[in-house]
Design a protein around this ligand. Structure first.
Ligand SMILES: NC(=O)c1ccc[n+]([C@@H]2O[C@H](COP(=O)([O-])OP(=O)(O)OC[C@H]3O[C@@H](n4cnc5c(N)ncnc54)[C@H](O)[C@@H]3O)[C@@H](O)[C@H]2O)c1
Length: 265
């Protein structure tokens, strides 16, 4: 059975830990790590079967020979801080904060360790087809993300510009730009733009719509290629533990990890 450690014990990290605890992912949970140590400790104490250790820093996880796979469910900063160390130590890495991989340091990590850096489909769908279309050459990639203003208010782009989204009466485009810019402007909301760009081998164009009538987080993907066109719409239900995260994103991490662990001898 493969050993898995988790960095980031919020909504997604906790969901993954429980999936391992319940046997949905056939793995041994080795370490939990979080900037808020209490959070990692409370998660560990809540598990029924697994008895993970709490890591004070990434070195402990990197030095653990039994950890084969590390799930990052923390932040873009965490990816940039820890990924290289973990990959150098031979670990496989499942990255949720995918936006980090569009930054120059992140791109270098992806190029160097591509086979061991795994990007789940997250809150969108159709990435298998996007990857296939990329082989024929992708001419256009567009992502339109529609969210209720309350889900966007904490993002740096909105705060820095002092956008008063609470006053909106109609759906309003508040951002349009390349994925690289989008993941800096909306680091929590637009990891999907990074995943889409990585699979397409080309930067997505991103439009963000603040919609006071949106009950769900909606992502519309459009890809044009010589081999055909792809349109995918995903309507996400918020995660019960963190309304800013889509339930599907947590499920996609578990589905990917399940494959990685089931594939082990
Ligand atoms: N790929 C996708 O489609 C997708 C979808 C949703 C969320 N995400 C991303 O996944 C990540 C986790 O999401 P979540 O909803 O579980 O977030 P969350 O806020 O519920 O939990 C994040 C946890 O990580 C911890 N953390 C942050 N930085 C850290 C660091 N440097 N080292 C250790 N711990 C750190 C925080 O203390 C917190 O407990 C976020 O970056 C989020 O943007 C990706």
């Amino acid at each position: 059975m493969r050993g898995v450690s988790i960095i980031g014990c919020g909504a997604i990290g906790s969901f993954v830990a429980r999936a391992i605890d319940e046997g949905l992912v056939p793995a041994a949970l080795r370490y939990l790590m979080d900037l808020d140590r209490g959070r990692a400790e409370r998660l560990a104490a809540s598990l029924a079967r697994q008895r993970p250790m709490i890591a004070a820093g990434v070195e402990e996880v990197a030095a653990d020979p039994a950890t084969e796979v590390v799930v990052e469910a923390a932040s873009q900063g965490a990816v940039l801080q820890y990924a290289e160390r973990l990959l150098e130590a031979g670990k496989e890495l499942v990255v949720l904060s995918v936006g980090a991989l569009l930054r120059p340091e992140g791109r270098r990590i992806l190029e160097r360790y591509r086979g061991r850096v795994h990007v789940p489909s997250g809150a969108i769908a159709g990435l298998d087809a996007v990857r296939a279309l990329a082989l024929a050459g992708v001419e256009e990639v567009l992502l339109v993300t529609r969210k209720h203003p309350s889900k966007l208010m904490d993002e740096p782009y909105v705060r820095e510009r002092g956008l008063r989204l609470g006053d909106l009466a109609e759906p309003t485009v508040i951002f349009e730009g390349p994925a690289e810019e989008a993941v800096r402007a909306f680091p929590r909301t637009l990891n999907v733009a990074a995943a889409l760009s990585i699979y397409a081998g080309r930067q997505a164009r991103v439009r963000v719509v603040a919609d006071p009538r949106a009950a769900r987080n909606v992502h519309e993907v459009f890809v044009r290629s010589r081999a055909g066109e792809l349109r995918v719409t995903v309507e996400n239900v918020p995660h019960p533990d963190n309304p800013r995260t889509s339930y599907l994103a947590a499920l996609s991490a578990v589905a990917l990890l399940r494959d990685l662990c089931a594939a082990s001898p």
